[in-house]
Ligand binder design. Structure first.
Ligand code: TZP
Ligand code: MG
Length: 221
């Protein structure tokens, strides 16, 4: 995956905890939503099992589901990223790994990897953006939360669109995907502020019409 920017326009993130409004098993629900999102044209998928309602407590099941999601993404030629779980990501050769500021440091991920995974880092302040902007081992930033979100209980302070603008004003040219409370209505503002793409959980996982939502998120460029 040479062109990181091209994978950021509609970056879908989900785990079984985000699909509990459906009636099937947790794994079926996620695969069902992911398949519809892939058919609709998402440009990247991040597998993120987090919290008490997730499979974080059941590693074998989590691993099996990760592989199923990876296979689905492969069929659609869409990068498959794993949130935080370095062991799992490296053992199944996920295309990439996304980490937060408090997760495993990027150097130690790469020291353990037998291949070069795409690396995404969450950014919540201008200082973090500037400190990491010239690091060649980080492929993209996830900036947020931009708006209020229901999908992450322990989220960092909301930064608003202004944070994306300021990051760009500080000459941060690294590919950036914005996250947190982004939907069909505000995605164009997010892009106009300087983000290369939008990362969403609920806008897609809870959409009554995933095809329409993905098209709308994609068109707002
Ligand atoms: N990190 C910052 S906000 C967030 C994460 C994982 C949740 C985004 O979810 P939603 O439903 O798109 O607001
Ligand atoms: Mg994390």
């Amino acid at each position: 995956m040479n062109n990181i920017r091209s994978m950021l326009p509609v970056y879908f993130i989900a785990g079984t905890q985000d699909c509990r409004h459906l009636t099937g098993s947790p794994a079926e629900n996620l695969l069902n939503i992911l398949q519809r999102a892939l058919k609709a044209g998402i440009t990247c998928f991040q597998f993120r099992e987090k919290g008490t309602n997730s499979l974080a407590q059941d590693p074998p099941l989590k691993r099996r589901l990760a592989r199923q999601c990876q296979q689905l993404c492969r069929q659609f030629n869409v990068p498959f990223i794993i949130n935080d779980d370095i062991e799992l990501a490296l053992s199944i050769q996920a295309d990439g790994i996304h980490v937060g500021q408090k997760d495993t440091p990027v150097e130690s991920i790469l020291a353990r990897a037998a291949y070069k995974p795409i690396i995404g880092l969450s950014i919540n302040t201008l200082e973090q953006a500037v400190a990491n902007k010239d690091r060649p081992d980080i492929d993209y930033f996830g900036i947020g939360p931009i708006f209020a979100t229901q999908s992450k209980a322990d989220h960092a302070p909301i930064v608003g669109l202004e944070c994306i603008r300021q990051v760009r004003r500080l000459s941060v040219t690294k590919p950036c995907v914005a996250i947190g409370g982004i939907n069909e209505m505000n995605a164009s503002d997010v892009r106009d502020s300087g983000a290369d793409g939008v990362a969403v959980i609920s806008a897609i996982s809870q959409s009554a019409d995933i095809a329409r939502t993905v098209r709308a998120l994609a068109l707002q460029r």
